[in-house]
Design a protein. Sequence first.
Lengths: 379, 118
Amino acid sequence: MSVATKRVGSLDETNEALRAEARAGTLLVDTDVHEMLDKIPDDLYPYLDSGWRDYLASSGYGWSGLRHLMMLPYISASDGHPEWRFPDGTMKAASAEATASILFDELGESLAILNGFYHVGAARSDYEFAAALASAYNDWQIETWLGPHPRFRGSAHVVPHVPEKAVREIDRVAAHPQIVQVFLPAATDVQYGDPSYRPIFEAAVRNDLAVAFHHGTHTETVLGFPRYWAEWHTLAAPQAAAGQLVSLIMNGIFEKYPELRVVFLEPGVTWLPGVLWRLDQNYREVRRTIPWVKRLPSDTIREHVRVSTQPMTDVTPQQFATLVEMTETQDVFVFSSDFSHFDADEAEAVLRGLSPELRRRLRFENALATYPRLRSLAG
Amino acid sequence: MTKHVLFPADELEPGEVRRAEVGGVGVAVVRLPDGSFRAMRDLCAHEGARLTEGWLIPRMVADDVDSPEAEGVVLRCPWHGYEFDLDSGRCIADPGRVRARPYPVTVEDGRVVVERTT
């Protein structure tokens, strides 16, 4: 298939092309792409009623996402490859067409799942306003990114701290066929195994959606916000992922929702073995205190939990292959680029040196087996 | 299979556990609350503890976080708490990997009898 025709066609035609790529073994699914609002708050105004528009006009960004940290280099011009910026310095990640061109034409990706930057679900106050912003963002995402580009798939952004609103939003947004997951902030002051969050998982399963967790600038380490970004970037994502994974498993979420699949985005890969082994051992030792958990946690992880690969630069391909073999996690990892951060991974850099079987699993097989709405693309 | 005649059955009260040497191997003989007997290798496959030095405890089951209840009993290792099913000898938390071999056990002429291949 030529580059010129790769992004042409309806959703049905695109899905047929994707199935052909799967049969040929060339399909490449990117599970973590960060599209950006172009103009904040203007982009969201059309999707808000007048009351919330006034709130947004009064608050500018609408959500103080940066909280305490300076977040260098995220907020600097050095975040993002130079070629991922327009000549005026603005990010191409704020343009659906430019992003599609980079991912699908230049980098050879087939399908990209959008996770955004505007994670209002992480807000810890003003939940109704945050929920209105999340809905507006979802509508903007659908109209600006998903509609024109069938190779993009999207997220239902919700505010988990108001589960009943989150459920209504999931049911509403899931009507769009390109929505493939519910996006939840990997918050460090919330344990998603708490029964109060079950309606969200139930709604995800009911709508054939996976649930993705992603850290953000709201995410603290277990010691709070550290002094420097380098510390935060070392600890926050894997600690949050580990905490939520342990909570989901030990509170029986996967026994309650056997169809549920969850994806931890951007925590890296090296944290998983220690957590997996420690989970298993604690379960062997104190199962009687959590008898609603029916299986060894590592078996539950292999069936229900996926972890995206970026950042993969911590390990060599051989080290990664050994990690997968040691933990029997051939089914667990899915490719992600983390476009368009400066430390984004290109697929070939991740896959080079891996066995053909593991390459296929990371390229597309594991992803297609994870997202219920992508399963039909499996050849 | 060889039958090994052990001690008088009434020496073990319901809920009690006793170690017996059977053909040179340590066997945990358990009398359940209903009066029936079970037997398994007296060895935790984890780190080698004697299971008879552990506890016969209620087996906790639950359909959900709000409904834990006791259903039968298990033999719990004294060292790390591994729980063993008294029929299969399998570790309840990790039945595919951790097991204490179970042995047929009966009461004949008032004495506990364990069968084991020697």
